[in-house]
Design a protein around this ligand. Structure first.
Ligand code: BMP
Length: 252
């Protein structure tokens, strides 16, 4: 049954974490609830996409370990400049899934040095509450439920994952295909206007469904944007679809 959701203004009054506040402020300023997933494999493609879609998004989601020519100076420095220029945050979709000590090393060391540039990161919560302690300078989006066919994130898993998500001070929200309590932010991937799946297990919903039925706060769109012939136009249309669906969901 559909019921009215909390507005971004209402959420802004209640959230504690600085990253949650920034996301909601950008959403209201840009009238956008769109996160573009930049699943491209070269620095040039990453920067070109960020330049085109930057003005229309609240955050750019990266999988930084798929960039084949990654160099901190060449990849991250200009990406940071674009995020400042176009006012979007950087979300590294690392999906950490280990013990706290290992996650800390993966977060702070290696070539990617995620701690130095990401505004927020994704993490599984399978390692338990304390595994999230190391992310104390960024926001964490917990993977509560996945969008793919046959995922093991059953309702009992999601229930336990939500307990960590709601209680850990580093966590700003969850990735899920189900509703979550209003005090945190809901990020929903698996959104596409043209397709219902990708033949590799991904399952898609429309922006209308995720705002109205799940009360999502942010949609995450990958191939719908970066595979489009005109990624900027595609970003604008997902932005408008998402915003209109959000406005409608306030009035139910
Ligand atoms: P696309 O819109 O091209 O299907 O991309 C979806 C993006 O969201 C991918 O980067 C994927 O890793 C991520 N994602 C997902 O699709 N489902 C989840 O449950 C969690 C994700 O992070």
């Amino acid at each position: 049954e559909d019921k009215a959701r909390a507005s971004y203004e209402q959420k802004l009054k209640n959230v504690q974490h600085s990253v949650s506040k920034k996301l909601l402020e950008i959403a209201l300023a840009k009238k956008s609830n769109l996160i573009a997933s930049a699943d491209v494999t070269t620095t040039q493609e990453l920067l070109a996409l960020a330049e085109k879609v930057g003005p229309h998004i609240v955050a750019l989601k990266t999988h930084i370990d798929i960039i084949s020519d990654f160099e901190y100076e060449k990849t991250i420095i200009p990406l940071k400049e674009l995020s400042a220029k176009h006012q979007f945050l950087l979300m590294e979709d690392r999906k950490f899934a280990d013990i706290g000590n290992t996650q800390e090393l993966q977060f702070k060391s290696g070539v990617f040095k995620i701690t130095d540039w990401a505004d927020f990161v994704t993490s599984q919560v399978i390692g338990g509450f304390e595994s999230l302690d190391c992310f104390n300078n960024v926001g964490v989006v917990a993977i509560v439920g996945m969008s793919s066919k046959g995922t093991l994130t059953t309702s009992s898993y999601r229930e336990e994952a939500l307990k960590i998500t709601l209680s850990h001070p580093n966590v700003i929200g969850g990735v899920s295909q189900s509703s979550i309590p209003e005090e945190i932010l809901l990020f929903t991937p698996g959104v596409n206007l043209a397709d219902s799946g990708d033949g590799k297990g991904q399952q898609y919903n429309t922006p209308e469904y995720v705002f109205k039925t799940l009360h999502s706060d942010f949609i995450i769109v990958g191939r719908g944007i970066y595979k489009s012939n005109n990624p900027e136009e595609a970003a604008i249309s997902y932005k408008n679809e998402g915003w209109n669906a959000y406005i409608k969901s306030l009035k139910i």
